[in-house]
Design a protein around this ligand. Structure first.
Ligand code: KG4
Ligand code: ZN
Length: 342
């Protein structure tokens, strides 16, 4: 199964055989977006177009697989940037038609969950999944990753990764900010500043039990930094990064563990770019251990966007006997998380 991922700024081409990863080739346009402080959709689309064929060639070469060896193609149908998705969907359709093999159009978010299968084996059913990326922060109940994903809650404003990127900007760190905050935070004091934990108390905990809000936290960090600057005092970047990161990971892991307990699902899987965060991984492990929950997090390279995740979900579709998608499958920029296949 060859999987293509083009929903954002990564051109990902992965090949899996069943539950074994053969190759995960990536071409990223992140450097082209860095000076704009965010992903520019048109730039991303053009970069996918340029990278697509060379990345497919690199993947097949490294895996020692000929195109004619492929049994099926999977592609991210959505959600994501419309123009970027279109490049991947068009490439996948062309390959499927040319090779005469079935095509599976799949959900990007379900793929972030399915990628862990090539790392840690079959997913327990049900699994509780927390997806934290630049565009999404969701808690999902996953009875079957190929067919049944239920949303328990999601962010009501900024995504977790978006908060990392915006706070990094306030601190003068490059885009994308997550990895830089992660690195800076190692030198900082995580209890130096008590930043707010959104939607974790009182009425909010009833109304928004499994939802997240990071916009207030981002504003609190910006105000704190501005006050320091206005007073002519130096900004302790490492302490701010560590304290901000602590607030985000505290809320995420607290709600994820609560969702596991309340739904009686003692398996938690974390995916998406923010799952690469070292503090989130450590805190999730501590809290899951204390609660008797089995935690699965893929290695950092498989948490951020890649083609292996799409190939992994596609392979599961075949293993579970799901019918392929139609050849006119859409690039659906707002594909709901509950729709696994297009
Ligand atoms: O899943 P992903 O590659 O793309 C989306 O689907 O959004 O996630 C990218 C996001 C960015 O916001 C980036 O800052 C964040 O993941 N990220 C991290 C780390 N590595 C990537 N955030 C915190 N800590 C990290 N180590
Ligand atoms: Zn993603």
């Amino acid at each position: 199964m060859l999987g293509l991922e083009t929903s954002c700024d990564e051109t990902g081409v992965g090949i899996v055989r069943g539950e074994t990863l053969l190759v995960d080739a990536i071409a990223s346009s992140v450097d082209e977006h860095a000076r704009f402080g965010g992903v520019v959709p048109e730039v991303a689309s053009r970069a996918h177009l340029e990278a697509m064929v060379p990345t497919i060639e690199r993947a097949t070469r490294e895996a020692g697989v000929k195109l004619s060896d492929l049994d099926a193609i999977a592609v991210t149908s959505g959600p994501g940037l419309a123009g970027a998705l279109m490049v991947g969907v068009a490439a996948a359709k062309s390959l499927a038609v040319a090779l005469g093999v079935p095509l599976y159009g799949v959900n990007h978010l379900a793929s972030h969950v399915a990628v862990d299968i090539v790392e840690h084996g079959p997913l327990p059913e049900p699994t509780l999944a927390m997806l934290v990326s630049g565009g999404h922060s969701s808690l999902l109940l996953v009875p079957d990753v190929t067919d049944d994903i239920q949303s328990l809650g999601s962010t009501i404003d900024d995504a977790a990764g978006e908060a990392f990127d915006k706070v990094a900007r306030v601190l003068g760190l490059p885009f994308p900010g997550g990895p830089h905050i992660d690195r800076m935070a190692r030198e900082g004091d995580r209890v130096a500043i008590d930043f707010p934990r959104g939607l974790t108390t009182g009425r909010d905990m009833e109304r928004y039990r499994f939802d997240f809000s990071f916009s207030g936290l981002k504003t609190a960090v910006a105000r704190w930094v501005q006050a320091r600057e206005a007073a002519g005092e130096p900004v302790p970047v490492a302490d701010v990064a560590a304290s901000f990161q602590e607030a985000v990971t505290d809320v995420l892991t607290r709600k994820a563990v609560l969702a596991c307990k309340e739904h009686g699902v003692m398996n938690l899987q974390i995916g998406g770019g923010v799952a690469a965060n070292s503090r989130l991984r450590a805190m999730a492990q501590e809290r899951c251990d204390a609660a008797g929950i089995t935690l699965r997090v893929p290695r950092p390279g498989l948490c951020t966007d890649n083609g292996a995740m799409v190939a992994s979900l596609g392979a599961q579709m075949v293993l579970k006997g799901r019918a392929p998608s139609e050849l006119d499958l859409p690039a659906d920029s707002s594909m709901p998380v509950t729709l696994v296949q297009a």
